[in-house]
Design a protein around this ligand. Structure first.
Ligand code: SAM
Length: 253
């Protein structure tokens, strides 16, 4: 198994994220890489398997959305309630565990629920969390539209992470019902424009949210454009959301 040499590159972490993993965290990231690549031979988890690609597009990219918690000098100052060490976090549509697993490794005081509609992925991720000794991770198999209507999950989380699961409006409809008031959804996007923010704003407001910050960045190796939208829940989400299974993706707000 090739090693992720970039894990040890203090300069690239510091210059791009204002944070760097400890030696112990580097070892866990390396093991995560080995386990995902090995499992990928059994079932299709990810197309990103080359070492530099995996480092940039899975690890760095996942962690870039967490910069407000990793880097004290980040451009957006966190709301007080979200400075707590012990946040309840959900990663919606986690796939092979991104961004939720890097989050749980980098911020071990967070309790992270990995949510995906594919039972097989969740079974794999639960075993992987044990292999990586991550007691702060649990899996949940289900659709975001269903889970977001269940009283034991609705309004339960401080933070919702959503990467590569649909349009921004679809992701917001999955995330906002799961957040308690004051919580934040981190919507990972690629290219993004001011015009898209304005188009999205009415949908966010309908869901009880407000756009708190938009953070552009470039990935360190291939200069890919990324944007993270931080959406804070300021009002309860109306009971009609999320709509029935499939509707938020088919007819985004
Ligand atoms: N977030 C991961 C990443 O960035 O690498 C995986 C992205 S993958 C393209 C999308 C994942 O979302 C798939 O694993 C799929 O099963 C899951 N998914 C799609 N719609 C969902 C929904 N409504 N509820 C829960 N999971 C969903």
């Amino acid at each position: 198994m090739p090693s992720l040499e970039l894990l040890e590159d203090e300069t690239i972490w510091r210059q791009t994220l204002g944070w760097q993993p400890s030696a112990a965290q580097q070892a866990v990231f390396q093991k995560l890489y080995a386990e995902v690549v090995a499992a990928n031979q059994q079932f299709n988890l990810t197309r990103i398997t080359e070492p530099a690609d995996f480092w940039e597009k899975h690890l760095w990219d996942s962690l870039s959305g967490l910069a407000p918690w990793l880097n004290p000098d980040f451009a957006w100052q966190l709301p007080d309630a979200l400075r707590s060490q012990a946040l309840q976090v959900v990663d919606i549509g986690t796939g092979a565990g991104f961004p939720g697993l890097p989050a749980a490794i980098a911020l071990p005081h967070w309790q992270v629920v990995l949510l995906d509609s594919t039972q097989k992925k969740i079974r794999f991720l639960e075993t992987l969390a044990q292999t990586l000794h991550l007691p702060n991770v649990r899996g949940l198999a289900g659709r975001a539209e269903t889970v977001g209507r269940q009283p034991n999950w609705r309004e339960r989380f401080d933070l919702a992470l959503v990467r590569a699961v649909g349009t921004a409006a679809t992701c917001a409809e999955y995330a906002l019902p799961l957040l308690r008031k004051g919580g934040v959804a981190v919507l990972y996007r690629g290219q993004w424009s001011e015009a898209e923010t304005e188009t999205l704003r009415p949908a966010i407001e309908q869901l009880g949210g407000a756009i708190a910050h938009l953070q552009p960045s470039l990935t360190p190796l291939t200069q890919g454009q990324r944007h993270c939208l931080y959406v804070q829940k300021v009002q309860p989400t109306p009971a009609e959301f999320p709509r029935a299974v499939g509707v938020p993706a088919k007819l985004p707000l």
